[in-house]
Unconditional design. Structure first.
Length: 255
């Protein structure tokens, strides 16, 4: 089974940041492998360890992305592809378009992505990619098994967990609740230095400037407004209940 995992390098959300003139400003320039993507790599590695196969990773970004690529290789992935580009002004649709161009002429059994990225939390790229490639997909996976040429995926739904049988080739977006990604060993780190990373450009993928035009844009960031203070109701229980119902109906308008 050949599994390719899409990974992203994101700002470390543990680093202090401020909002200045509507833009995020990090006090420390520190970037890490997206946690959801790390879980996707771990899920792929566990499957091939049980059933055989290979795990590859693909990332989009500048030269600095190689650090996260090497981490995925140190975890156990066998090969990586680095699409050299600056995606800072892209939206989810643009990223999905680039990845679809990468996968279109390649052979794979499954594509894994994290269910979302920690920098935008949009959670759209994986499902958009599946649509562009015409693949069946399952989102927000929290468990996975391989049986009779199909993936048995447990996903977290709005009303509980669902178990879905996914035909291959297919795509799965993976939650960080599915596993605890392994910490690369010293041996894995040393081996990662010798594993191949194939560099590609947007021209190699045959993409035009028009295809890379974002369909949405972020106009700015602002702090979350403070919550209004609560109100304490006092009196006899029956009076408090009547007043609470009135407030919910006339002020909160939820009844």
């Amino acid at each position: 089974m050949n599994i390719c995992v899409c990974i992203k390098q994101v700002p470390d959300i543990q680093a202090p940041f401020r909002i200045v003139d509507g833009r995020l400003q990090f006090d420390v320039e520190r970037y890490v492998l997206n946690a959801y993507d790390a879980s996707a790599v771990e899920g792929a590695l566990q499957l091939v360890e049980q059933h055989g196969g290979t795990v590859e990773v693909v990332a989009i970004g500048p030269a600095s992305v190689s650090e996260s690529i090497r981490k995925a290789l140190a975890m156990g992935a066998e090969r990586a592809y680095h699409i050299e580009a600056d995606p800072s002004d892209w939206d989810s649709a643009t990223v999905a378009t680039v990845l679809a161009a990468f996968f279109r002429d390649r052979s794979y059994d499954a594509i894994f992505t994290g269910k979302q990225a920690q920098d935008t939390d949009a959670g759209l790229t994986g499902t958009m990619l599946a649509e562009l490639l015409g693949l069946p997909y399952v989102s927000n996976a929290v468990g996975m098994a391989y049986e009779n040429g199909r993936l048995i995926v447990t996903r977290q739904g709005d009303a509980g967990r669902e178990i879905i049988e996914l035909a291959l080739p297919g795509l799965v977006t993976i939650s960080n609740d599915m596993n605890d990604p392994r910490i690369p060993s010293i041996r894995g780190i040393m081996q990662a230095r010798r594993k191949p990373i194939e560099a590609l450009t947007l021209s190699d993928l045959g993409l035009s400037h028009e295809q890379l035009r974002p369909r949405t844009r972020v106009t700015g960031y602002r702090p979350i407004p403070p919550r209004a203070p609560g109100r304490k109701l006092e009196g006899e229980p029956a009076e408090v209940v009547r007043e609470l119902v009135r407030l919910l109906r006339e002020e909160a308008r939820v009844l």
